[in-house]
Structures are given as C-alpha cells and as structure tokens.
Write a protein that binds this ligand. Structure first.
Ligand code: FAD
Length: 401
C-alpha cells in the first residue's frame, strides 16, 4: 500500500485525512505538538467560526486579499455549502448568525474537532504527536521525512504546516519560493481623548480610511482598551497587511463613526435644531451612537452639554460633525485580535496547481492551508480555504490509484 504522510495536524491536514480513502492508502499525520487541531480549538473565541454563509464562489473570493484569483476554481468544487453539509452529515448542527458567520450550534469548537477526530479514528489513520519534521529528502520516487521520532518514507506528501517559519524553510530548501510573512487581521493601537475609557462602545456601521494608502472600508467598529477594532478595522488590516508592515504600523486613519456624509449629518442636525430648539446639547443625541460617546464628542468638541441647541454656533456644529464624520487618529502600533488572526505570505501561488493543490515543482507533493500565500478577512473564510483545498487534495489522491 502506498504511504501518504501529512505534515501538520491542523485544520487543513485533518480535513484532508478525513476525506482520504483509507482503503487505498496507509495514511499518517505527523504533528509537532502534543495536541492536534490546537488552532481550531481556540478559533472564533472558542466557538470556531467554521465557515461563512456565502455560497457564490465569485462573491466568496472577494474576501481573500491574497489568493482571490486562484481560489475561484477551488470554490467551484467545494464551497461553504459543502462544508456545512460535511459537518452536518457528521451530526454537527450548525447555525448561521446575523452577519453570515457559521458556528456550531453548541458554540464549542470541540464539536468541530470531535467530528474530524472521529472520522480519523474510523479510518484508522495514524496520528503521531510530538513528531517534529526537520527535513525532507527526495529519493527516487519517494520522500524521506526526517523527524524528531525518526525517519518516515512517503510516496505522497501533504504539506499543511500553517504559518510556521521553520517549516516554510523546509519547503524553501526543496525549491519552493516563499513570499515574506507579515501578520494580518489585527487591531489598531490609538491613544486619543475621544476613545479614552470608552472600551466596549460599538458602532453598527462605520467607515474607515487610510488616506496615505488611498484605501477605505466599512462595517461595525469597536472601541477597545488599546484603540479600535471590529470588522471595519480588521478588514483594512487584512487588505493592507503588507503596506501597513512597511510603514511599521504608524499611520493616520480617518473614521466616520456614523457612516454619514458630513452634509447629510449637518442637515439632520439642522432639522433637529429647528424642531427642538430648547433642548440642551446633552439631550440632543441625534445620531445612532451611545449617550456616553455623544457626551465625549461634545467634550472633545469643547461644546457645553447644557447649552441649548438653538444657541450652538456654526463653528461648534462643524467641529461636532468633523469629530463624528472625519475624525483623524494617529495609529501607533497593532494588537492581536484574539478571535482570529492569520499570516499573509507563504508558498508562492504561482508554484501551485490549483486543480488539485499539487506542487508544480515537487512530484507527488501537495500543499494546503495557511502555509500558502492565501489569507482572508475575518468571518470563517480562512478555515473555508483550508477545507476546500484539503478536500481537493483528497479527491485527487482518491482518484489516483
Ligand atoms: C486565535 C485564532 C483564532 C482563529 N479563529 C478562526 C475562525 O474562527 N475562523 C477561521 O476561519 N479562521 C480562524 N483562524 C485562522 C485559522 O485558525 C487558520 O487559518 C487555520 O488554522 C490554518 O490551518 P492550517 O491547517 O493551515 O494550519 P494550522 O492550523 O496552524 O496547523 C498547522 C499544524 O502544523 C504543525 N506543524 C508545523 N510545522 C510542523 C513540523 N515541522 N512538523 C510537524 N508539525 C508541524 C503545527 O504545530 C500545527 O498543528 C484563527 C486563528 C487564530 C490564531
């Protein structure tokens, strides 16, 4: 029986193993840690955002700053609907949340882990933990995988080591080109009086832009202890991951907290003033923001809370609108977004055959998951790329013999 060695017991490696035909191959997973699927365990704040309810491959690829062109054909073969069916067929009930993120009904990543573990056990697939791969040698038709637990011979290798720099070096030494690694999906560190002590304040729809990079995003926004987070920030961090690394995470960001054009905001303000001239500014929270944030806006705009709205000067009104719709912040660094983060960079996509995720350089060698220069915005898309790529590999190998 031909031997398949899967290097890396994470999402991509396990999903691939779970879809391989064990009657055709001897399959072994090598994992350097003492536990497998560790990232799945902590994913989505422990709930595992397993995929995203976006069922049109053309729409789906728009969420991948790196890999969007290449993944189109992959998603036409295995997409979020297939992922949901796969897990539901294995008795994992899933739910689609309002923002289209998909989670197990149990709200526990363990349900996802158990489904894969049980598949691996049924198939009698060998899992070797604390087995760190140090080198791979090509010998005639086979590979020799040198590990901390000795050498393993393989007819086929599936390389799913995630973003480990050490493991990227191994594949680089076999001839693959590696695109430099940079973090993606992070929050912005900002010190500003407008945000001070307001951690936890959220905005349903905000707009963010980085003028220097001529880029903008929109979505929910969250004030944190360190600055700003939420989809409107995370999306921009992913799309601009490389450029933001270049400027060492020091740049200016402009935020529109109410996602309204300043002229429209002014019009709403004037209308409210005409119909409520006697109200104080403190009572005049016109926009969809919290009372505390409105009061802070007035404070930093140097407008007295007790002043009647009828007595507000044009300049005062402009300052308020400027702080709401065009507030400039200086970002001075980044922080980790605990629910999900990934690394941009990895194996150059030009060297991958996306029909089956095989290496164009190494025969009988497949590559999938975060080790590739593919990453997505937050929302379940990163796992979806792993599931789809891993599934393609399994289909290819199942057809091969
Ligand atoms: C905190 C956090 C939360 C996340 N939440 C989500 C989420 O909810 N939804 C989502 O879509 N994405 C999420 N992600 C991203 C997602 O976890 C990754 O995209 C995904 O895990 C990548 O899978 P992978 O199999 O390619 O790599 P990994 O899951 O990193 O697995 C690679 C495995 O290979 C092993 N390995 C590496 N080198 C060697 C070696 N030389 N020898 C042996 N073993 C080796 C590693 O130990 C690891 O177990 C999250 C990421 C983080 C960090």
């Amino acid at each position: 029986m031909k031997q398949i060695i899967i290097i890396g017991g994470g999402a991509a490696g396990f999903f691939c193993a779970a879809n391989l035909d064990e009657k055709l191959y001897k399959i072994t997973i090598l994992e350097q840690n003492s536990n497998v699927l560790q990232k799945v365990k902590i994913s989505g704040g422990g709930r595992c955002n397993v995929t995203h309810a976006c069922f049109d491959p053309r729409e789906l690829v728009q969420f991948y700053p790196r890999g969007n062109k290449e993944l189109l054909s992959v998603f036409t073969k295995f997409q979020p609907g297939d992922t949901m069916e796969w897990f539901e067929n294995r008795k994992v009930s899933l739910k689609i949340e309002n923002d289209n993120r998909v989670f197990p009904e149990s709200n526990s990543s363990q349900s996802i882990i158990n489904a894969m573990l049980s598949e691996i056990q049924q198939k009698n697939i060998e899992v070797k933990t604390k087995c760190s791969v140090r080198e791979i040698e090509k010998s005639d038709e086979k590979y020799l995988v040198k590990t901390s637990l000795g050498d393993f011979e393989a007819d086929y290798i599936i390389y799913t080591t995630g973003s480990s720099p050490k493991s990227l070096k191994i594949i680089e030494s076999l001839g693959h080109k590696i695109v430099d690694l940079v973090p993606s999906l992070f929050t912005f560190n900002i010190k500003d009086d407008l945000l001070k002590d307001l951690a936890g304040t959220s905005f349903e729809m905000a707009e963010t832009s980085i003028p220097k990079l001529k880029t903008d995003e929109s979505g929910p926004l969250l004030i944190t202890h360190w600055g700003l987070s939420g989809p409107a920030i995370l999306k921009i961090s992913a799309w601009e991951a490389i450029n933001l690394a270049k400027v060492k995470y020091n740049f200016e960001i402009v935020v529109n907290f109410i996602s309204k054009d300043p002229d429209e905001a002014e019009e709403l303000f004037q209308k409210f003033r005409q119909s409520n001239p006697k109200k104080t500014m403190g009572q005049s929270k016109i926009f969809d923001i919290t009372n505390r944030f409105w009061q802070r806006i007035l404070e930093v705009s140097k407008v007295d809370l007790n002043k009647q709205i009828a007595n507000i000067s044009g300049k005062e009104m402009q300052t308020i609108i400027e702080n709401l719709c065009r507030k400039k912040f200086q970002v001075t660094g980044k922080s980790t977004f605990k629910d999900e983060f990934v690394t941009a960079g990895g194996v150059d996509l030009k060297e991958i055959n996306f029909k089956n995720m095989s290496s164009k350089i190494l025969p009988n060698f497949y590559i999938a998951g975060e080790v590739l220069n593919i990453d997505a915005v937050t929302g379940g898309f990163n796992f979806q790329a792993c599931w789809s790529e891993a599934w393609l590999i399994a289909q290819d190998l199942n057809k091969r013999l």
